[in-house]
Design a protein around this ligand. Structure first.
Ligand code: LLP
Length: 419
């Protein structure tokens, strides 16, 4: 359930007409609903009510806006970060250092040091080499870094290849068959408090089956590690739960996910950690765009909108579907391709799709844009960086400004020797 609904013929975010935001802030613009984000955070937590001791870490990569992170911090969420920048954001948004988990396949020496300096709760190690480096840095300052070892369980997540991470050919984690030996060696190191294992097999999962297979393998691994005399107190089960992008999509609900987790992990006796991203933020945001003009095409019209692939990359790189709706629908439909102004044929949001009829200057939205939307935006074609707005009931605030080309040019320099 989300709070982007029609009221008196106009799409609203909670109590604010999207047309008002478009007029006052301009387009394209991302709009998030506080009530929706809070609800999703609560529904996910509620789904895990039978899973014993849990720790929830929002995957910052899905939506790193400071206001969004603050909402999640207030909901008792920590953060799953994958860079020094995300770590700084999580702290700036008010997340407690001990609630932050540092994931990511290529944490640099500087990033590991930053994490240690800030006293974060856990590093998820992606290789033995990383563990050795972290242990060395920690030991040199007389500290011990809490860590888990990320395992690659060789499970096909059944999702888009570009967002699958748990097959043995993927770069993530250490192969499950060599994990016990690596765990044994790392647990000898002075600078590490190796306390468990972590896994994440992919994103936008449509079925619980691959997750259950993966978690069952993790359960066997935990038993094997304990059998070898290791203490295992934490298992990080990652993120990955899918969301509906189309009305007919039917991904598992957080309640179904939580029931599966509770069943599979019943005897583990650990703190279970989760890193949800999309399921919290995806349907908590939309992107508003304005129709620049309609251009006749060979088989159907092109609706040229003022948003482009730089503002919402997902259709261009994953062939992802985002529902398009008019902000003030007339009830009529049209078949059209919705495209942006960028000079690439991949700058297309919808191909010959039946959509609400729109005309020049009409407003429309792309739904389910709250996760992996603004955060993946860029300024290709020297377009501005898209702004973000947060709605809370009948008030709203610009939570990320539009960054104009002039601001970006100000950080560029033509060297004297070219003048
Ligand atoms: N934990 C780890 C270690 C991850 O790599 C990810 C996502 C998550 C948690 C959060 O997964 P979620 O719950 O959001 O599925 N840009 C792509 C998605 C990339 C996801 C990468 N890792 C997209 O737009 O679909």
């Amino acid at each position: 359930m989300d709070h982007f609904q029609l009221k008196n013929g106009v799409l609203h975010a909670e109590d604010i007409p999207l047309s008002q935001i478009a007029e006052e802030v301009g387009t394209p613009v991302y709009v998030y609903s506080r009530a929706t984000l809070e609800r999703h955070a609560q529904v996910f937590r509620e789904g895990l009510k039978d899973a014993g001791k849990i720790h929830l870490a929002f995957a910052v990569k899905a939506n790193p806006n400071l206001a969004v992170l603050r909402i999640l911090a207030n909901q008792g969420y920590g953060a799953d970060v994958v860079s020094g920048g995300e770590l700084q954001r999580a702290l700036a948004a008010g997340m407690k250092a001990e609630d932050i988990v540092f994931s990511g396949v290529g944490k640099s020496r500087e990033e590991l040091t930053l994490g240690l300096d800030q006293g974060i709760g856990q590093f998820n190690l992606e290789s033995e080499e990383e563990g050795v480096m972290l242990a060395g840095i920690a030991a040199s300052r007389g500290a011990k870094a809490s860590a888990t070892l990320r395992v690659n369980p060789d499970v096909d997540a059944g999702t888009h290849a570009k967002i699958s991470t748990g097959k043995k050919e993927n770069k993530f984690g250490v192969a499950i068959d060599v994990a016990p030996a690596i765990y044994a060696r790392l647990s000898q190191l002075d600078g590490l408090d190796l306390r468990g294992v972590a896994v994440h097999i992919g994103s936008q999962l449509q079925s619980l089956d691959p997750l259950e297979t993966c978690y069952a393998r993790m359960g066997e691994l935990v038993a094997q590690l304990r059998g070898a005399g290791h203490v295992v107190t934490h298992v990080d089960l990652g993120g990955g739960l899918g969301v509906p992008y189309k009305p007919e999509d039917n991904p598992p609900s957080p309640a179904e996910y939580g029931a599966m987790v509770a069943r599979v992990t019943r005897d583990w006796d650990v703190t279970l950690m989760f890193e949800p991203g999309r399921v919290i933020a995806g349907n908590g945001g939309v992107m508003i765009t304005k129709v620049i003009r309609i251009k006749p095409g060979l088989d159907s019209d092109f609706v040229i909108v003022d948003a482009a692939m730089n503002d919402l990359m997902r259709p261009a790189i994953y062939d992802a579907w985002h529902d398009f709706e008019a902000v003030e629908p007339s009830g009529e439909t049209m078949v059209a391709s919705i495209v942006g102004p960028i000079c690439e044929s991949s700058d297309i949001f919808a191909k010959q799709r039946v959509v609400d009829r729109v005309e020049t200057d009409d407003l429309g939205i792309f739904r389910t844009a709250g996760a992996y939307g603004a955060t993946m935006a860029n300024t290709y074609n020297s377009r501005p960086l898209v702004p973000e707005v947060l709605v809370d009931g009948d008030r709203y605030a610009v939570v990320a400004e539009r960054i104009e080309p002039a601001t970006i040019m100000a950080a560029e320099h033509v060297p004297d020797w070219l003048k």
